[in-house]
Design a binder for this molecule. Structure first.
Ligand SMILES: C[S@@+](CC[C@H](N)C(=O)[O-])C[C@H]1O[C@@H](n2cnc3c(N)ncnc32)[C@H](O)[C@@H]1O
Length: 233
């Protein structure tokens, strides 16, 4: 199946091993997870991790009744499928969900597909998510906060952020579609300086260098998220 909306991830698609370190360092205090559960509880429900990549987060949803990962990158599917026997991982994408209509309670999209910008309109994917959600079901999009925290400073200096437009572009896009947005301040904590440097260079290239020079002892940084929550009428 050709998935025309599939755009290989520059970070995970290029270096899944290093992206594993990146995921391991995220949200050490579990602040984000508490907010995700508040936004749309998944215990005993059907949850889809859309754009699940190598499936790093799938085991965290163990209390779901049914757990489905959807991923367009065929090179990542075996990694995701090996992550937990509880999840069924299907080949698909935001605009082509291999799911029945009104069969899902919660969809999570974590840094996947929903990157609204002046050049990219993810409305087709939102329409497809609306098709598979039950009435009252929720889509929670986990996005970077482009305005608050040290990660946002790096993001603001990077080329993708400049293409997207002002730091609150995605919040305005979601508000126009009736979604609510919650700001969550968390952190990134690595076990070594080498890991931090490698991940920052994967994400930001040479944009990371001035920040690393100005923070020579750092093994982590503050990291703001935006959770955009859209409820199916
Ligand atoms: C930055 S990675 C994040 C992976 C995973 N959500 C995580 O947090 O570990 C972005 C993921 O989105 C996937 N992706 C790319 N285009 C997509 C689309 N049209 N629909 C759904 N996922 C897509 C990529 O293949 C990749 O797995």
């Amino acid at each position: 199946m050709t998935l025309r909306d599939f755009i290989p991830a520059a970070n995970q698609g290029a270096d899944p091993g290093l992206y594993e370190l990146e995921n391991q360092a995220l949200d050490p205090e579990g602040i984000l997870w508490t907010e995700l559960e508040k936004a749309a509880p998944w215990e005993d429900r059907t949850l889809v991790d859309l754009g699940c990549g190598s499936g790093f987060w799938l085991p965290k949803y163990h209390s779901a009744h049914q757990l489905i990962g959807v991923e367009p990158d065929e090179s990542l599917l075996p990694l995701a499928r090996a992550r937990t026997s509880q999840a069924e991982v299907r080949h698909g994408s935001a605009e082509h969900l291999p799911l029945e209509a009104e069969s899902v309670d919660v969809v999570h999209a974590r840094f996947a597909y929903f990157f609204p910008s002046r050049h990219l309109d993810p409305t087709p994917g939102l329409n497809e998510v609306a098709r598979v959600l039950r009435p009252g079901g929720r889509l929670v999009v986990i996005d970077n906060d482009g305005l608050h925290g040290e990660f946002a400073q790096l993001l603001g200096a990077s080329a993708p952020a400049q293409r997207q437009g002002h730091g609150d572009y995605s919040t305005r896009w979601w508000a126009q579609r009736g979604a609510t947005t919650t700001e969550v301040m968390s952190s990134w904590r690595f076990t070594s300086r080498d890991d931090l440097e490698a991940v920052l260079r994967l994400e930001f290239g040479e944009v990371a260098d001035p920040w690393l020079a100005a923070n020579p002892q750092a093994v982590g940084l503050s990291y703001g998220y935006l959770l955009h929550t859209w409820t199916r009428p």
